[in-house]
Ligand binder design. Structure first.
Ligand code: SF4
Length: 356
């Protein structure tokens, strides 16, 4: 019998898969709150049950194949899956831990984990290394969940420590909607990692029909849109899938999405020198996003070998941001986290594959 990944199961599914069912809660606690690395450690379970679990389930589906730490504390992980395929996740430390002179903790560190949802990707963005490797396969819900669990363990982050999740690693999350939705629910389980959907952001390249489908599930997650261009010709050049799901269809889907009234929809805009960093583009953006409670996140394009696009000048970036702000749009320039490591998605994996 082929072993199943334990983390693929919601608590309800686990309680149906084992007898007696009340043990599911204990197992969840061992896995997510006590970071158990083996069934043997689960000492409040009967011995026969531990042996049965061992026979039927894989507890840790991920192995750390490589990791790179940036000087700003960002850590990029390359994980190996049970079938030997690899994918990446990133730990971002948004705020450092602060202590007073007596050593008392004043502020907790703030973490965000960027997770992958697929090995490779079908979308084919021209600026993305992941796209170059093509699509390999979807990740299961458990393989998505395991990324956060393993990173928490590896960094000794206390189980109860709050954190944010962004589905912004390899792959298009909405192209793996069922497993994504399941992972969102598993993350949110109070007996598990207890990461509320409000702390989870699904970042999509804009599959408008799937934005609608996710909205109908009413999970309470946020969405971020990789806009990157404000006219269809350029966007199709950057994201070929834009031919099927054009800018207007995305904007319309966003307007239908159930958004927490206190929150904003994030629009990611990868700023590329002399391609989309001009004021004409800023003007179009203001028009396009009118009527949406939006926040624009301007991201410096990080060049990498084999790609002609260039990083914009800081002064052009600031001029673009200021123009948006002056016209009533909330806009920020994203700090380039992990700039000295392989920061664009797919780069660490690519290096690893080259080395084989
Ligand atoms: S940028 Fe994201 S959506 Fe585009 S090809 Fe890369 S992984 Fe896929």
């Amino acid at each position: 019998m082929e072993k199943q990944i334990l983390l693929d199961l919601t608590k309800e599914e686990l309680s149906q898969a084992i007898k007696p069912s009340f043990r599911a809660k204990q197992i969840y606690n061992w896995v997510y709150a006590q970071y158990a690395n083996s069934f043997e450690e689960m000492q409040n379970l009967p011995k026969a049950m531990r042996a049965d679990l061992e026979e039927r389930f894989i507890l840790n589906p991920l192995k750390i194949a490589n990791k790179e730490e940036s000087s700003d504390g960002t850590i990029k992980y390359l994980f190996e899956l049970p079938d030997g395929k690899t994918m990446e996740s990133v730990l971002l430390r948004m705020k450092k831990e602060e202590r007073d002179i007596e050593g008392k903790l004043v502020h907790h560190a703030k973490y965000t984990i960027c997770v992958s949802t697929q090995v490779g990707c079908k979308v084919g963005c021209s600026f993305c290394l992941t796209a170059k490797g093509g699509f390999v396969r979807d990740l299961t819900a458990g393989e998505i969940v395991a990324q956060v669990l393993e990173i928490k363990k590896d960094n000794n982050i206390a189980p109860e420590r709050r954190m944010n999740i962004v589905y912004m690693g390899m792959g298009e999350p909405l192209d793996n909607l069922d497993n994504l939705a399941k992972a969102i629910k598993i993350f949110a389980d109070d007996d598990g990692l207890s990461i509320s959907p409000k702390r989870q952001t699904v970042s999509t390249s804009g599959l408008s029909t799937k934005i609608d489908a996710l909205g109908k599930m009413d999970l309470g997650v946020h969405i971020a849109i990789s806009l990157h261009a404000v006219d269809d010709d350029l966007r199709t050049e950057l994201i070929p899938m834009n031919k099927a799901y054009n800018i207007q269809s995305i904007i319309d889907a966003v307007k239908r999405f159930p958004i927490d009234t206190r929150k904003r929809v994030m629009f990611e805009y990868l700023v590329i020198k002399d391609v989309n960093d001009d004021i004409k583009s800023a003007k179009k953006m203001i028009k396009l996003l009118s009527g949406i409670k939006a926040k624009v996140n301007l991201i410096y394009f990080n060049p990498f070998p084999g790609v002609d696009y260039k990083r914009p000048e800081p002064k052009d970036m600031e001029r673009f941001a200021q123009y948006l702000i002056d016209h009533g749009l909330l806009a920020t320039i994203r700090e380039s986290k992990g700039i000295d490591i392989s920061a664009a998605c797919g780069q660490l994996r690519e290096k690893e594959l080259e080395a084989l």
